[in-house]
Design a protein around this ligand. Structure first.
Ligand SMILES: [Zn+2]
Length: 375
């Protein structure tokens, strides 16, 4: 990047507006140099049902969905297609601020009936991650292949969410390790082939069912050339693996306007690196924790960390948890063992102008006897 390009990028209106937050510490130019990195602020929104009559935890009302879209329009968000995001990620450049990707998981019929007309009115692109089995079985709760094809003529992208929506990280009793790995690959390949055949186009993108993945699955998708999305919240940052991209999920108690506003305006911690370790500093690269690790350590490293105001972290079921601030690292650890099943640490801090830095770390723990929890 040339100096001119660099300065242009730093002084775009969206990043320029953040400068007052740091002038206390750094001079104007130095400040711009530091915070222009945080222009990487693209958010991915995740919905399931858009309906008043489907399970509350995975639904938002059509009225609330309309209000979300109206907020994006009013606040001049650019809504991009999945294909555009993949191009941006592959270039490895900073992602543009106030940019959103709208996604729906599972291909429910309410997306066609309620969300699609709203999105069409804005002429916005969107993505539906489908698990192909219920569509092949003509399950009436899901869109038909004809309806999915219709979406693609008007801004929709159909992408891979597996065939049968399994818990990918659970090896079954009837299979050995190799059989398990083969089953996982078949799920991905089969769904991709079905989408290609029915839709005529299959983008190399995958959404993990239940947001669950492990290191091996990430490596497999990377080898096959896919980007992949989880369900941990947060804006996309340059420290995220392209096979574990975050999304903000809306449904149930998540998605009221105050919550939505904070999330779509969130920013990644500037110039940060994020690691989860055990008590001995060993890096854990996947959400499932080793059996003995009850209180994982989250480390957010950034040369800016000590200048960031009001860094606060929470753990599921525990409320606020301690943050130990060293020169360039925030060390976060729950006071009590984190619960079994899925849980998280969520860290936010004041970024100025009513915006928040945001990082969410998902953890998965089996039951004490090593078996899986029901879900
Ligand atoms: Zn799903």
């Amino acid at each position: 990047m040339t100096l001119i390009q660099f300065l242009k990028q730093c002084f775009t209106p969206s990043t320029f507006s953040m400068r007052p937050a740091c002038t206390l510490v750094w001079g104007g130019i130095l400040c711009a140099l530091c915070f222009c990195q945080s222009a990487q602020a693209l958010v991915v929104l995740q919905y399931h049902h858009v309906s008043d009559s489907t399970p509350a935890s995975t639904s938002i009302s059509p009225e609330l969905f309309k209000a979300h879209m109206a907020f994006l329009e009013k606040n001049k968000f650019k809504v991009i297609a999945l294909e555009d995001l993949i191009k941006l990620l592959n270039k490895g450049e900073n992602l543009p601020d106030r940019t959103a990707l709208i996604t729906f998981d599972d291909g429910y019929i309410s997306v066609y009936k309620q969300a699609f007309p709203v999105l069409q009115s804005y002429k916005w692109p969107f993505t539906v991650f489908i698990n192909t089995k219920p569509h092949d079985e003509k399950n009436h709760l899901f869109m038909s292949w004809d309806q999915l094809r219709e979406l693609t003529k008007k801004g929709g992208t159909i992408a891979n969410h597996s065939d049968s929506h399994p818990h990918f990280i659970r090896q079954q009793d009837y299979e050995n390790f190799d059989e398990w790995q083969v089953r996982r690959e078949k799920e991905i390949d089969f769904a991709q082939k079905r989408i290609q055949k029915e839709i005529g186009k299959a983008v190399k993108a995958f959404a993990y069912p239940f947001g669950e993945y492990d290191e091996r699955l990430q490596d497999l998708l990377k080898e096959k050339g896919y980007v992949a999305f989880g369900q941990q919240s947060g804006p996309i940052a340059n420290y995220h693996s392209l096979q574990a991209l975050p999304r903000f999920a809306f449904g149930g108690s998540y998605g009221k306007m105050e919550d939505f506003t904070a999330k779509v305006l969130s920013l990644p911690f500037p110039q940060a690196k994020v690691q989860v370790t055990d008590n001995n500093g060993r890096v854990i690269k996947q959400p499932e924790l080793p059996e003995s690790l009850e209180r994982p350590v989250l480390r957010i490293s950034s040369p800016m960390i000590r200048y960031i105001k009001n860094l606060t972290c929470y753990a599921s079921g525990q409320g606020e948890i301690p943050v130990e601030l060293n020169t360039s690292v925030a060390v976060v650890r729950a006071k009590k063992p984190i619960p079994t099943a899925r849980s998280r640490y969520n860290c936010t801090a004041n970024a100025g102008n009513g915006r928040f830095y945001w990082h969410s770390q998902m953890f998965i723990r089996r039951l004490p006897d090593g078996s899986w929890y029901n879900e």
